[in-house]
Design a protein around this ligand. Sequence first.
Ligand SMILES: *[C@@H]1O[C@H](CO)[C@@H](O)[C@H](O)[C@H]1NC(C)=O
Length: 144
Amino acid sequence: MKSLHVGILLLIVYSTAALNQHQSERYQKFKIQHHNPVMSATATDCNSVINGRNISETNTGLCKWTNTFITATLDQINAVCPRNGRGLITSNNPFTFVECKLNSGDNRPKPPNCMYKVLQPPRLAKRIVIRCEAGFPMHFERCV
Ligand SMILES: *[C@@H]1O[C@H](CO)[C@@H](O)[C@H](O)[C@H]1NC(C)=O
């Protein structure tokens, strides 16, 4: 188990070696907010993943109105960014995703009390638009 952890750590260090600290933080945040290969399109999964990962709106810390998880491997998502490329990139291939929508009134709570529903239809594959820097995704823009 320990060697697996070291291996994963080395992989992370290696794969983000080209990123400066600010880029690295944004890449980590992108992964936390938008990457989940095993997520199912259920409110239960939206709630457990979003609250479990403490995903909240930047600046306010309140529950985000919507949050989209791309259900693909990290390699597949990273491959959307051109090598060392930057800018807003639309994927050539469609991705499946789960779009969680906040299920509460105007009085938005904070994690761990966010309550979500899944936007229908779940599991529809669409092309993703992401912002890349130094060849890595920094921001999820939308599905098209
Ligand atoms: C969750 O995120 C908020 C805002 O970034 C932070 O203030 C808080 O300490 C975090 N809570 C946990 C349990 O990590």
